[in-house]
Design a protein around this ligand. Structure first.
Ligand SMILES: [Fe+2]
Length: 310
């Protein structure tokens, strides 16, 4: 199979989603709304780590101190009221029909030099698919760097494995169980991370493709894409923003990427909110994705959800 990367493609959203579900990746230049979003994040980082440069903070503070600052800063960003306005604005800038678009709160991610802080609140994700973490096959990921990227502090893709499954233990992951037990404790995992995470159970040839858009640019890809946090060998910290979206028509039609190897249970479908009025997906539509495990724990609805601090 072949995978294409499109740059600033004027394609319609529908055609783009079709291509995303076949493994293609889209790169966009910075836009007014993404510039505002990274400015908001950048200001929070600058004031949180003042007087130091957030990219150099590992030279001035201990991993414990940095984890402590991120434990406050990341949830503040996630729940900042401006984010709820800027994400719909980014959607409109990219030709997405806002009424049919549902999004999850944006996360701020940090990746520090490999020997500093790579667990818990700055968890360095090994090669994974978001669909190993209960994301639906129609999920799209929007990933935006806040500072200039270096190949050695970016995100890596394994395009070959979009179609080719890898041995993994995603069956250990249930979304509701994870919410109940593990997530709230991210800031406590400084040196090691003992929370059970789905991982590849085979060696994967370490050949990745890395896209390096400028700050405020976007890498848009299917949540079924195998990807990872590249071990940071660049000497400076990387900070990025990402959020996930689903389109109502695809949710209803159960359209999406092929499931080649995900066996997790539960669904993140109740986390997405409408980009126009912030309402959740209709319950009868979400039920199409229920597998019986939703009765195990409290089913989370947006607003009640635990703060994801990582
Ligand atoms: Fe991911």
């Amino acid at each position: 199979m072949n995978i294409s990367a499109f740059y600033d493609s004027p394609m319609t959203d529908e055609e783009r989603r079709d291509r995303l579900y076949k493994g293609d990746i889209f790169i966009f230049s910075p836009s007014p709304a993404t510039r505002q979003l990274i400015a908001l994040a950048g200001e929070m980082l600058t004031s949180g780590f003042a007087p130091y440069d957030p990219r150099e903070i590992h030279k001035h503070k201990t991993p414990e101190e940095v984890a402590g600052i991120l434990a406050t800063l990341k949830p503040r960003f996630i729940h900042h009221p401006d984010c709820k306005k800027l994400i719909p604005a980014i959607m409109e800038e990219h030709g997405v029909e806002v009424d049919k678009l549902y999004f999850d709160v944006p996360r701020m991610r940090s990746a520090y030099p490999s020997d500093f802080l790579t667990s818990g609140i700055a968890y360095a994700f090994d090669a994974h698919r978001d669909t190993w973490y209960s994301a639906p096959m129609c999920q799209q990921n929007w990933w935006i760097p806040i500072y200039p990227l270096h190949p050695d502090n970016s995100m890596g893709f394994y395009p070959r494995h979009f179609e080719e499954g890898v041995d993994n233990n995603s069956e250990i992951y249930n979304y509701y169980e994870w919410n109940e037990k593990s997530r709230g404790s991210a800031a406590q995992h400084i040196k090691t991370d003992t929370r059970p995470q789905p991982k590849a159970q085979q060696d994967i040839e370490k050949v990745t493709v890395r896209f390096l858009p400028p700050p405020g640019g976007i890498v848009l890809f299917s949540g079924a894409q195998l990807h990872e946090t590249v071990p940071n060998l660049a000497g400076v910290a990387r900070y990025s923003i990402d959020f996930r979206t689903v389109h109502y028509d695809d949710v209803l039609a159960r359209r999406g990427a092929p499931n080649v190897d995900s066996r997790c249970t539960g669904t993140t479908m109740r986390d997405y909110m409408n980009a126009r009025d912030m309402s959740p997906l209709p319950e009868e539509v979400v039920r199409l994705y229920d597998d019986g495990t939703e009765v195990r724990g409290g089913v989370l609805v947006f607003g009640d959800r635990l703060v994801e601090a990582r």
